[in-house]
Design a protein around this ligand. Sequence first.
Ligand code: SAH
Ligand code: SF4
Length: 356
Amino acid sequence: MERLGEPAWRGRQLAEALYRQRVTDLDEITTLPKTLRKRLKDEGWRVSLPQISQVFRSSDRTERYLVACQEDITVETVWMPEGDDGEDGGESEDEAQEPSGGTPRRWDRATICVSSQVGCAVGCRFCLTARLGLQRNLTAGEIAGQVLAVFARQGVEVGRDRVNLVFMGMGEPLLNYDNFMAAVRLLVEEVGLSPRRMTVSTSGIVPGMERFAQEPAEVRPKLAISLNAPGDALRDELMPINRKWPIAAVMDAVKQMKLRKGERVTFEYVLLGGVTDRPEDARAVARLARKAGLPVKVNLIAWNPGPGIEYRTPQPEAVEAFRAALAAAGVPVYLRRPRGRDIYAACGQLKRTVSG
Ligand code: SAH
Ligand code: SF4
């Protein structure tokens, strides 16, 4: 607005209209004078949300969306009514803020999984998104816009509905750091969401984690690390990024986090049948968790299959034994429920698959 020669408070009015009222057209911004709206239009400005161009609906009510960022570029966003028992499970730190009463809903809480890049450059062997390579970074508007597009579709009301955001869709958020954090600030400061209801997952990009640890608590989401292996030898193989930043370097970066009261850092651990789900692996993960030097929890994810990826989903007994071993070692552990596997919406399956 200042650039257009308008007073700065016009910018505030614009932000209110875009992010609180969620207008979809410049003409709906009645706080701005007509002449200014016309001028904005004449100069080529428009208001729009990323368009949900395709919807895949799972038998478990998860929805996977292809969201169009520009004509030929789509990313994926996932809506999970009732969450997946991962990032929204087991923490009661902010329960007091729950809205009470209100109208009954089709869901009590929901989780939205948001993409940060088109594709991913990190190349983890077990992940379908890796097959795309990195096509481009998303802008802050495209990252925050996914959330608003889903809010519009689901009728989410900020302040009434309990929604968690996980930045765990396509891409490595900490390799698109500035746009990712700018999106978080839009969602916190303009839309009014709490960063305590947001979790960002990283494959362990150490410089990004060091910057992240310095972010002020008011705008910092919770952190999850994709550990995925009991030690460096196996992690080197499964996640080539480990050769650059091995487990010890990731752990040092984790220690720099100044956690809020009740907050824990999550270690995600994908169980690959016969590869990372052995009893000795569970013991090694428990040791790493206890050594972390700050409150952590482990989220176990049974590997979700994808075409052309030669791993196996773990046996249910192996998953349970792994969980029990961590619990017995005193490590808080949760099992992430696979959501939307039938529509390729589950962890590691986001590759703009059009069938299913
Ligand atoms: N790039 C970030 C965030 C997106 S991936 C990261 O890797 O952390 C979100 C989670 O899905 C990660 O923990 C990843 O290890 C896991 N994942 C990837 N492929 C998977 C698969 N096929 N089955 C289950 N989990 C998978
Ligand atoms: Fe990228 Fe995460 Fe998939 Fe690894 S697991 S390839 S970092 S999206």
